[in-house]
Design a protein around this ligand. Structure first.
Ligand SMILES: [Mg+2]
Length: 359
């Protein structure tokens, strides 16, 4: 953060990512409504819908049965997370050519801080265009990008022109953009908070801006101070690259809850393999292994153990998975999500793995 006023942040977001990968890999799916997620007969949910399916009102997190009613001729496809993860790594390698300051948010989304980048003569807009082309060349997939002076606005910008979008919100445009924004679109404002704000007569950024910090803190505590900042287009959160990470993990939500411990263990092994690969690529070794279990009723628990020496290998992680899983109530209680995380990184040798993906 050399100069807070002059930051240039890009938010890259793949368009309908899982569905786009499926359409890329199976030409029969192209041009058709594709729904990646649980089958309609299950109580599964939509992970991603292709744009053809979205036209019928289908969207992520919608129950598959409802998606089927809206779009009965859609093709339902089981998610292939290993493939999505592999594609995601290609995308991250592309991003690594443009900045060392990359913060992945999920498999298909990342922030880049290109404030000090000399690529494209330092033009963040041209860098974003270049990144879109490079991602398409490397993966055959389409990304949208948003460019702005902070994370909050860059993320909103990437959504403005989707799909295949490239939108810029300049420091001069920021305040007007925020003023017109419905409060539900603000970072960290979910449904419940949105309802509370509306009840207070606060519907837009302009309404929010008209309230004092004290009033907002009075209603919403610490979050109120955050809303007060956002209403002015201010967001000083840094882009936090991998090396600033405290942990690295992977998790999967299942289209149908699991009740078979053997299947859960298989899923944990796949996640651990992914985490081990990620750790190796980034040159990280950690001391603590954590397994996360979310039961069907959404209660979550974590179980951890520590190694005598920091490690990054699957061979070290794998035998501990069953031990940690056995310390939960998974099995007797059905499971909707599993996660594996490694934390407690040693500090030496940071960035070794990252260099491999930089040109
Ligand atoms: Mg996306």
């Amino acid at each position: 953060m050399k100069d807070k006023e002059q930051r240039k942040i890009i938010h890259v977001d793949m368009d309908a990512f899982y569905a786009a990968v499926e359409q890329r890999d199976d030409p029969r799916l192209r041009g058709r409504p594709v729904i990646v997620g649980g089958p309609p007969a299950s109580r599964g949910v939509v992970a991603t819908a292709s744009y053809e399916a979205r036209r019928f009102g289908v969207h992520s997190a919608m129950p598959s049965a409802q998606a089927y009613r809206l779009c009965p001729h859609a093709v339902f496809v089981k998610p292939r997370f290993e493939v999505y993860r592999a594609v995601s790594q290609h995308i991250r390698a592309v991003l690594g050519r443009y900045s060392e300051l990359i913060e992945p948010l999920s498999l298909d989304e990342a922030y880049l801080d290109v404030s000090i980048s000399t690529a494209c003569r330092g033009s963040a807009t041209l860098i974003a265009r270049d990144i879109k082309q490079a991602i398409r060349a490397a993966t055959g997939l389409v990304a949208s990008a948003g460019v702005s002076y902070n994370k909050f606005l860059a993320k909103l910008a990437s959504d403005l022109d989707k799909p295949d979008g490239l939108a810029v919100i300049t420091p001069a445009q920021g305040p007007d953009f925020v003023a017109a924004l419905p409060v539900g679109r603000f970072h960290g404002i979910g449904r419940a908070t949105e309802r509370r704000l509306l009840a207070l007569g606060i519907a837009t950024g302009a309404d929010l801006r008209a309230r004092s910090r004290d009033e907002l803190v009075g209603h919403f505590g610490k979050a109120g101070a955050w809303y007060h900042q956002l209403a002015r287009g201010i967001d000083e959160r840094p882009v936090e690259p991998d090396r600033a990470r405290k942990s690295l993990g992977a998790e999967t939500t299942f289209a149908t809850d699991l009740d078979d411990p053997a299947e859960m263990l298989g899923q944990l092994r796949a996640l651990a393999a992914e985490v081990a690969t990620d750790l190796a690529r980034r040159g990280l070794r950690g001391r603590t292994l954590t397994v996360k279990v979310r039961y069907a009723d959404f209660e979550s628990v974590t179980r951890s153990l520590s190694f005598a020496e920091p490690t990054a290998t699957y061979a070290d992680l794998e035998p501990r998975l069953a031990v940690l899983l056995a310390r939960t109530e998974a099995g007797p209680r059905r499971v909707r999500l599993l996660g594996v995380t490694v934390s407690g990184f040693e500090t030496a040798g940071r960035g070794q793995g990252l260099q491999l993906v930089l040109f």
